[in-house]
Write a protein that binds this ligand. Sequence first.
Ligand SMILES: Cc1cc2nc3c(=O)[nH]c(=O)nc-3n(C[C@H](O)[C@H](O)[C@H](O)COP(=O)(O)O)c2cc1C
Length: 203
Amino acid sequence: MITISLEEIHSWERFYRANFINCLSGFKSVSLIGTKSKEGVPNLAVFSNIVHLGADPALVGFINRPKAAAPDTIRNIEDTAVYTINHIHSEMIQQAHQTSARYDSSVNEFDAVGLTMLWRNDCNAPFVTESRIQYSVKLANIIPIPANETWLVIGYIESVYLAKDLREKDGILPLEKYGTVTSLGLSSYYETKHIINLPYAKP
Ligand SMILES: Cc1cc2nc3c(=O)[nH]c(=O)nc-3n(C[C@H](O)[C@H](O)[C@H](O)COP(=O)(O)O)c2cc1C
């Protein structure tokens, strides 16, 4: 076993350090978050720190970096209180990844990366047509994280859209059958393989 000290971690180049530390918490729930600015400009960005917070009410959270580094999604959510979360499959990874580029707020990132907006009547934020699993989210809270000036954005899950109904009888959504990918660090994407289903554990 090798030991890596905090001192050594501090000495690393920032992207190397970011990738390494990001891997420690595991494979990530990478998805595209769609929003619209109050001026009407659609925005799309890839986020991987997305977390299930509870099923009743159905809540999802994600971590937004400091606003200076990633300003558009969080500002649009503050202004409109609505956003969409869209899964990524292998055939759209390049476009999804490209949304992490720092486009100006005036740029429609769907057009810039070559993904297609989907507007639904009851939602003021764009979905990604190419995504096989899409859901709309209504803002609940934005909680500052003082330790590093990031933000936990919490929202109520509203409508869910599935390209095909592949739900299992216990409610599991077999993401591997939809081709949903997972990510690691800030540059690696993976397909997944199901191993086993186990019953509810009892003491
Ligand atoms: C694989 C991957 C995962 C990312 N995950 C996050 C994340 O969880 N939170 C975040 O703030 N930025 C994340 N980013 C960076 C954003 O995609 C990037 O800052 C983007 O430009 C944000 O744009 P916005 O200003 O349109 O919101 C990630 C980038 C990549 C490539």
